[in-house]
Design a protein around this ligand. Structure first.
Ligand SMILES: [Zn+2]
Ligand SMILES: [Zn+2]
Length: 150
């Protein structure tokens, strides 16, 4: 636990690292949203059929080591996908317009992932019958249609 200016002393801090360990980062507090994303962009970038996300306020996310190894790539101009230049491992995706950063929850030691929903389920390539809400694209408050699937 680290006391950080702007956060209460009670806030948890979780730390993580890339695949090779050259890049370290930490987040403070709990994510505003978390779940699974089935979109084409996440699939193309990760190589996996589905990705997990956990969105923090960007101000609560810090690179604590190896910042010179962090490479940022933006295909859409909206999301900046960051990886390690040494190992290619995914780190996080910043969404500057929303002031939020998706730090891949399974890279964070001790963080308990509690998915709330599936987004972009309309273009899924795998079924996940876990009883969670499934948005065709995104919730209305995130700029999507808000339509549910299944
Ligand atoms: Zn690495
Ligand atoms: Zn996605």
């Amino acid at each position: 636990m680290t006391a950080t200016e702007g956060n209460t002393a009670m806030a948890s801090t979780y730390s993580g690292a890339c695949f090779c360990g050259a890049v370290q980062f930490e987040v403070t507090g709990e994510p505003m949203l978390q779940g699974f994303c089935h979109c084409n962009d996440c699939r193309g970038w990760s190589g996996g059929p589905v990705t997990s996300y956990a969105l923090w306020q960007s101000g609560d996310v810090r690179i604590t080591g190896g910042a010179d190894k962090v490479v940022s790539f933006s295909k859409s101009g909206q999301a900046e996908r960051r990886h390690c230049s040494e190992c290619g491992g995914a780190l996080m995706t910043a969404i500057p317009a929303a002031g939020m950063t998706d730090v891949y929850p399974h890279l964070l030691t001790g963080f308990s992932f509690q998915p709330q929903a599936h987004v972009w389920y309309g273009v899924r390539v795998v079924e996940m019958n876990d009883g969670l809400p499934k948005f065709r694209d995104m919730p209305e408050e995130a700029g999507g249609s808000g339509e549910m699937v299944g």
